[in-house]
Design a protein around this ligand. Structure first.
Ligand code: ADP
Ligand code: MG
Length: 234
């Protein structure tokens, strides 16, 4: 099933003094269960693209469809609710609430939405991510890798159709990065999600089903002609 479709996506930032073409006509789609990596140099438009896919920002031209629903045809409030129910975000800096224990962090989005907690899913996700023993701990007593697993668990518990991750392993060492990338891949398979990960770590990109390379706001290559080293960020 086609989960995500972007068509002719453009995002221009225009002021009196400059005009930036952050995205300049991006078209692609992704299926459920697919684990996609997006690579490209700093400033190439990766974060802008994720924000458009997640409905956090509105494109200048073009559109995004999630499960056939056009994001730009929704009212702002409708889009907020749709996003909360269908799209999960994972960031480089885990964004956990420091005064809440792991369990409370994981169920926070559900509580904010007034939704019930699926205990079976909670068990499954925390087992898959290997954090069942840490549910009573505070985030700052965990390693970086463990904190990122908690952030992933939090994003999964709302059963999002797509999971968008912006440099999720950027703060982790390379061994832990591989583990976290492997877990994201397992999640895509297990929960039939589309997982889209922005990364500049070659080993993470190599675990993806497909790699999209973006340069100056345009897709300039897929896996076949990919040369990640030439676009590595500093
Ligand atoms: N709010 C904004 N206003 C003006 N320019 C922006 C804004 N956000 C991003 N840009 C520009 O758009 C381009 C793409 O940025 P970004 O998507 O953050 O790149 P990446 O995530 O690949 O590093 C950059 O040139 C950046 O400076
Ligand atoms: Mg970025």
């Amino acid at each position: 099933m086609e989960m995500v479709k972007a068509v002719g996506l453009k995002k221009y930032y225009v002021t009196d003094t400059y005009e930036v073409h952050a995205l300049d006509g991006v078209t692609f789609s992704a299926e459920d269960g697919e684990f996609l990596a997006i690579v490209g140099t700093s400033g190439s438009g990766k974060t802008t693209l994720l924000n458009m896919l997640g409905g956090l920002d509105v494109p200048t031209e073009g559109g995004v469809w999630i499960r056939g629903n056009s994001l730009k045809d929704m009212e702002a409030e409708e889009r907020t609710v749709f996003r909360r129910r269908n799209i999960g975000f994972v960031f480089q800096q885990y964004n956990l609430v420091p005064v809440l224990r792991v369990y409370e962090n994981i169920v926070l989005p559900l509580r904010l939405d007034g939704a019930g907690i699926d205990g079976g899913l909670l068990d499954e996700v925390t087992s898959l991510l290997g954090i069942r023993e840490q549910l009573d701990r505070l985030p700052n007593t965990l390693s970086g890798g463990q904190q990122q697993r908690v952030a992933i668990a939090r994003s999964l518990l709302t059963k999002p159709a797509i999971l968008l991750a912006d440099e999720p392993t950027g703060s982790l060492d390379s061994v832990t990065s591989m583990e976290v990338a492997g877990l994201l891949r397992s999640c895509a398979e297990r929960f039939h999600q589309t997982v889209i990960v922005v990364t500049h770590q070659e080993e993470v990109a190599q675990m993806a089903d497909r790699v999209i390379r973006i340069e100056d706001g345009r897709i300039c290559g897929h896996r076949e002609d990919l040369d990640i080293d030439s676009g590595r960020e500093g």
